[in-house]
Design a protein around this ligand. Structure first.
Ligand code: BGP
Length: 455
């Protein structure tokens, strides 16, 4: 194990901060709790159609802003060396379009970063984690508009200028491949009935990839020692059977996700995607200049989240479940979580090997954990299922490093604290090492209780 291995924990502003009154309206503020959430996240339903009285859990989340000193003290006692968090874009530029940043937002993150550094915890920043000012959604239709590139770079640039001396590692977009699966959550995109969906998704993807490259360029001009990472929602995909059709489908499904990081790591659109666009009549604004930008500004490391593996089959009659929203055939060899996500530590080792074979870049695991319904009994939370999950996954990671030679920079558990679930909007799908007293309806004292997994 490297002496500077980054053992850490992770969190995201949109699911934790709340602090609704002190920032501009943002994407998380219009994600409802309940049955309609998925349709909004997929871009099938406009948030404008939601009835009055709808509950939006992201507006208050766990009111993390007010408690950060106490919360960071918990992290320090945990002994972690790194903490991955995201910045709320609308705290820096409330509408996304102001000419000057909001100094209150920058001050908050300055204090937050200083508090981490006080305990020798290295901050790792995700610039955009399922987040953007609401005005950019309403006015531009989110990332479908090229204008977002300029606005994102303006926002990210001010963060890097302000914090580069204290923060060395930056991730441009959380789980960039989620744009394909949840276009509103990852790109602020809601579809109109006449839209050519694939065209819009690839246009938006191109804009995010361009923004990521441009920011990488800008960041290195500010400070050449900065390390920039892409991030993938990862997870090996198995063919359900040895039917060559299933194996072919496995490869094609993997490429739907890898296409994003293929561009960010290798610096060019892969041949398979260009020929897919041609067959489907999809046009993306590729010019010699944009291709050069992508080529010249590739990332330094590959960050990833891993929760589960997936299984695909050419047989359409098999039942599908959705693990982390990727449709999957049920794998008979694996147990699942209460939410039907497969539990597959060896799949984690395979994933790490696959990514390292593909990219030969250092990997940074920035999310891994188990969502479960925790119970408080006599003041304690005995989450031995989470301990088992984490132990098995950490063991698999160590095998990938020590036995297989995969270069891994660090491991961050998702998450440090219970927060609002991204896909479900519940508090009851708990991932934290530290329990937060709040329920699905937004009630609770917000008291923090370390779980057995914390100890
Ligand atoms: C990842 C996201 C996180 C997080 C996690 C767990 O996709 O980057 O934001 O929430 O998954 O997912 P969920 O909260 O939906 O269970």
């Amino acid at each position: 194990m490297k002496h500077n291995f980054l053992w850490g924990a992770a969190i995201a502003a949109n699911q934790a901060e709340g602090g609704f009154a002190s920032r501009g309206r943002a994407l998380a503020d219009v994600l409802p709790f309940g049955k309609k959430r998925l349709a909004v996240m997929k871009g099938d339903k406009s948030y404008h159609e939601l009835p009055p009285g709808t509950f939006y859990p992201g507006r208050t989340a766990i009111e993390y802003m007010d408690n950060y000193r106490e919360d960071i003290a918990y992290l320090a006692k945990l002994g972690i060396k790194a903490y991955r968090f995201s910045v709320a874009w609308s705290r820096i530029y409330p509408s996304g379009e102001e000419s000057q940043p909001d100094s209150r937002g920058l001050d908050f993150y300055r204090k937050f970063i200083d508090e981490l550094l006080k305990y020798d915890i290295q901050p790792i920043i995700t610039i955009c984690h399922f987040d953007m000012p609401l005005q950019l959604i309403d006015k531009y239709g989110g990332w479908r508009d090229e204008k977002l590139i300029e606005l994102y770079v303006k926002y990210a640039k001010i963060l890097i200028e302000t914090f580069h001396k204290k923060v060395t590692h930056w991730i441009t977009f959380n789980e960039i491949n989620m744009l394909r699966h949840l276009p509103f959550l990852a790109g602020g995109i809601t579809f109109k009935p006449t839209d050519n969906r694939e065209q819009i998704i690839y246009t938006a993807a191109h804009h995010q990839l361009m923004a990521s490259a441009l920011l990488t360029k800008t960041a290195r001009e500010i400070d050449s020692s900065i390390q920039i990472g892409c991030m993938l929602a990862a997870g090996v995909i198995y063919p359900y059977d040895c039917n060559p059709e299933s194996a072919w489908l496995t490869l094609k499904t993997a490429r739907e996700n890898y296409f994003f990081t293929d561009v960010q790591v290798r610096g060019k659109y892969p041949a398979y995607i260009k020929s897919y666009w041609q067959q489907k009549n999809i046009s993306v604004n590729l010019t010699p200049e944009t291709e050069q930008l992508l080529r010249d500004h590739t990332v330094d490391f590959v960050a990833l989240s891993y929760y589960n593996s997936r299984t695909v089959s050419a047989d359409n009659n098999l039942n599908r479940t959705s693990g982390n929203l990727f449709a999957s055939v049920k794998n008979p060899y694996l147990k699942t979580s209460e939410w039907g996500w497969s539990i597959d530590p060896l799949g984690f080792r395979t994933t790490l090997n696959e990514l390292y074979d593909r990219y030969q870049k250092p990997l940074l695991i920035v999310e891994n954990g188990l969502g479960a319904k925790d119970k408080i009994i006599a003041g304690r939370i005995d989450d031995e299922y989470r301990i088992d999950y984490l132990q098995a996954h950490i063991a698999a990671m160590i095998q990938a490093m020590m036995t297989d030679g995969v270069d891994i920079m660090g491991y961050m558990v998702w998450s440090a604290f219970d927060i609002v679930s991204a896909t479900g909007g519940q508090m009851s799908k708990r991932y934290g090492l530290i329990y937060i007293d709040k329920d699905d309806n937004g009630r609770g004292s917000l008291k923090r209780i370390p779980k057995e997994s914390y100890y």
